[in-house]
Design a protein around this ligand. Structure first.
Ligand SMILES: [Zn+2]
Length: 273
């Protein structure tokens, strides 16, 4: 795919259709080992979708190994780290308007985490909320980001000996559920809606202010040390901020927003080599 740094490209906001079964091109551009065989990882991630995730969330996909983005396909790309990959920061859509998840391999390893778990985490969240714009009504009049793995981050299980991430069930986001009344996550560690496990966190929003809340002080400390610049939650914060800025400039202009609707679309990808 052309990367479009010099030439101005028209960014298509969303060319994906959540009613279709997407192909996801898995591309390894990392210069260091992933800690797991790439082919085996793709097989494990496919099993994760087929056997664990899709029966719950109904979001199938076909993972294929690739060396470059494929036409019409979504992308799961493994890169060394944010700085080396892309100085412009995170974006969730390719220039063709297709979802893009990035796994920062060096960053993950430096944080003593497993690349397979990060990949599973990002894959799961991309499947359900590819545009990173869904929020759910949570406790205390707060909106909770519709992220499947954040609250249960650090809970793992094995597929073919490869560590995968726990994920929450739809009931997790349903505040009317009584504790222990149903299954809230795959590993059955969560007992009530919106519960954050010790190693987890959630991104919450009140009005336009977005913050993280943590399942434990230890996680909060670890989180502060981790390089989160490229995580979906950071991107989500920026989206809210950006929309808010656009809204206030429209209000200031007092024209109902049509002319001032210069809201930047999501950054075009520079890194889908
Ligand atoms: Zn996440």
């Amino acid at each position: 795919m052309a990367t479009g740094t010099a030439r101005k490209q028209k960014v298509i906001m969303a060319a994906f259709d959540r009613g279709q079964v997407p192909t996801i091109a898995c591309i390894n551009h990392a210069s260091v080992g992933l800690g797991v065989d790439f082919n085996k990882l793709i097989v494990a991630l496919q099993k994760f979708l087929d056997e664990c995730f899709v029966p719950v969330w109904g979001t199938p996909a076909k993972l294929v190994k690739a060396t470059r983005p494929l036409p019409g396909a979504w992308t799961l790309v493994f890169l060394d780290n944010a700085d080396a990959a892309n100085a412009l920061g995170y974006h969730d859509l390719t220039v063709n308007g297709l979802p893009l998840a990035k796994i920062f391999v060096k960053t993950t390893l430096q944080d003593n985490q497993k690349v397979s778990v990060t990949a599973c985490h990002e894959l799961a969240e991309m499947m359900v909320d590819p545009a990173i714009n869904l929020w759910s009504d949570g406790p205390n009049n707060m909106l909770y980001a519709y992220e499947m793995c954040d609250a249960v981050e650090e809970q793992e299980f094995l597929i073919d000996g490869i560590a995968m991430s726990d994920f929450v069930y739809p009931a997790f986001f349903e505040g009317f559920r009584k504790p222990k009344s149903t299954q809230f996550d795959y590993l059955k560690k969560v007992t009530k809606p919106f519960q954050i496990l010790a190693g987890g966190y959630s991104l919450v929003r009140k009005g336009t202010s977005v913050t993280q809340i943590f399942g434990s002080v230890a996680k909060q400390k670890r989180f502060a040390r981790e390089d989160r610049r490229q995580h979906r939650s950071e991107y989500r914060k920026r989206l809210v901020k950006r929309r808010n800025v656009a809204k206030s400039s429209r209000a200031a202009a007092g024209n109902g927003g049509r002319r001032q609707e210069k809201l930047q679309p999501m950054q075009p990808s520079m890194t889908t080599h």
